[in-house]
Write a protein that binds this ligand. Structure first.
Ligand SMILES: *Cc1c(COP(=O)(O)O)cnc(C)c1O
Length: 360
């Protein structure tokens, strides 16, 4: 057989027909596409981190439980002692872990629509049935629509980003409680944007038998270290720990996260700046006639109105500003752009590029 024939025979159709996840090249750009924290660490701390990293035993496997991180993380996030933690190589890995658990069971996964794409991407990859749950005109939970969807799909797992990505809003607490109380599925409340909202659902993981909470350090300043966590009752965590790869958090990541937690106040200050900048950027965009959706996250969605989102997206790229064009990704996101909130200077670069583009 030729290699081509072997690939036809050995790689499943769904993989051959698919494409790798596309990440645009951002070299030299003002990068406002991926919800990263724009702030770097002071040079003195970077030097100190370099020393710690130099001390890492790269010849040894990392601590399989990343124990040095547990106590400082629990303290910083005020995680109740009754709850346990499982760490992932980004929360993406945890999403995959939870879904992979359902392979071959015939049980399905649900998530709101529109929402974070990885839920569906990973369900497809593992051939686990996926069902989208409808949102109402305010992008809040459509309770009747969810009840119908849950009845039909009978999922084992429901992901609920709180606040939601890419819409930026929080789902109403009452509606979410109604769903939690009416389903037998495990609900994963995905608090990826916890640093940018006052909402906090950790106590639900204590109160409800079918709720766990997922968080990540990516949006708060450690995207490069790939570190996410599942927070839940020990009886849940012990089960998921059985399907986790033993050395999933590498030693450099463990070291960097432990170091960052010693200086967590810096991360908090930076998140505070981003929250302030979110409201300034939103006002500046509104003044220019763009309609900006309220956001509890470190991004805002703007409806481009009389302008074409795709043209603005391409035009911004010409001005070295990279944002995310949501147009075409979902009917309800037509003609919108998602702008990650960066530094005030980055916002100014974005605004001045927009001014030049719309003046033409
Ligand atoms: C960014 C994001 C994640 C993924 O975070 P990582 O820890 O970087 O994998 C998970 N959920 C939502 C809703 C996100 O927006």
């Amino acid at each position: 057989m030729t290699r081509d024939e072997l690939i036809q025979a050995l790689i499943p159709e769904r993989v051959r027909q698919g494409a790798a996840y596309q990440i645009p090249d951002a070299t030299g750009m003002v990068k406002l596409d991926a919800m990263e924290n724009p702030y770097r660490w002071p040079q003195s701390l970077r030097d100190e981190l370099a020393i710690r990293l130099a001390d890492c035993a790269l010849n040894r496997y990392p601590d399989p439980h990343a124990d040095s991180i547990r106590a400082p993380l629990a303290q910083w996030m005020q995680i109740p002692e009754t709850l346990d933690l499982l760490f992932g190589n980004g929360s993406d890995e945890i999403i995959g872990l939870l879904i992979s658990n359902l392979i071959g069971t015939g049980r399905s996964v649900c998530a709101p629509d529109p929402s974070f794409v990885m839920f569906q991407v990973l369900a497809n990859q593992y051939s686990v049935p996926f069902r989208a749950l409808p949102l109402d005109s305010e992008f809040d939970i459509d309770v009747d629509g969810w009840m119908d969807g849950l009845m039909e799909a009978d999922p084992a797992l429901i992901f609920v980003p709180q606040p939601n990505n890419p819409t930026g809003n929080l789902f109403s607490k009452d509606r979410l409680a109604q769903i939690v109380e009416s389903t037998q599925a495990l609900i994963v409340i995905d608090e990826a944007y916890t640093a940018f909202t006052d909402a906090d659902y950790l106590d639900w993981a204590e109160r409800y038998p079918n709720v766990v909470v997922m968080r990540t350090l990516s949006k708060v300043g450690l995207a490069g270290s790939r570190f996410g966590m599942l927070i839940g009752h020990p009886e849940w965590i012990v089960e998921f720990d059985k399907i986790r790869l033993p050395y999933n958090i590498n030693v450099m990541s463990q070291t960097a996260v432990q170091f960052a937690l010693e200086y967590a106040s810096i991360l908090e200050e930076q998140s505070g700046l981003i929250r302030q900048e979110r409201s300034r950027l939103s006002s500046r965009l509104s003044e220019r006639g763009f309609s900006v959706w309220h956001s509890e996250a470190n991004f805002v969605v703007m409806d481009c109105g009389v302008h074409a989102a795709r043209d603005l997206f391409e035009g911004l790229k010409q001005h070295q500003v990279l944002v995310k064009c949501l147009d075409g990704s979902h009917p309800r996101l037509t003609n919108t752009l998602r702008l990650t909130v960066g530094t005030p200077d980055e916002s100014d670069a974005l605004l001045s590029a927009l001014d030049q583009l719309v003046a033409r």
